[in-house]
Design a protein. Sequence first.
Length: 235
Amino acid sequence: MPARSPQDRFVPSSPPAGSSPGVVARADGGAASAVRPRRADARRNHDRIARAAVEAFGRRGPEGPRLEDVAALAGVGVATVYRLFGDRDGVLRAAFELFFAERVTPLVLEARAGSDPGAGLRLVVAGAVEAFADHRSLVVAAKHAALIEPETLDRLLGEMADLLLEAQRLGQVRDDVVVGDLGGLLMMALAVSQLPDRLRNLALLWDGLRPGGSALPTPEGCRHPSAADGGVPPA
């Protein structure tokens, strides 16, 4: 992290004499907590900075933006960025999580609201590919910095489990596919999202889920539920 100049350092102001920390005097002589407004302000700044980072990565390309650029887009001082996120990785992690929550997770909600689970799964994966392609610099930077949290993908896969089970029940997806396989499919989708023939590559990936293919090896580690075992992981 670059050295901060003296004017960038955050120095908390001292409370007035006779008052308690986090409390400000009211005009009527009482006291009102200042903690909640500060927390609300921090949340607003956190969101503004994360959104600015998503935009800044789109502008700057693979090398990514400087934190000064992100701060300027967010309309805050760079000291605020450091105070809320710690360093550039903290900003990058928050930007990726915001992008994922707003561009990828809603695809699952839309798919679950539909009547065709197989088409819903295709919608999620194809939509994720396009979202990754639209935010290439951000996604690549987060991936290279190992900042894509496993929990982020796990939450998405949990939302996709019902879609998979229903698609298998209807014969749209092979019975030996487990939810963890969808995670691998999404990771492959991330890889092909930067290619000009990504939709062609995605179609090839999707064909691997159709019934009638060669038997799959047993999945490693904890098995996720599939239609083949009634939706319940083995003991």
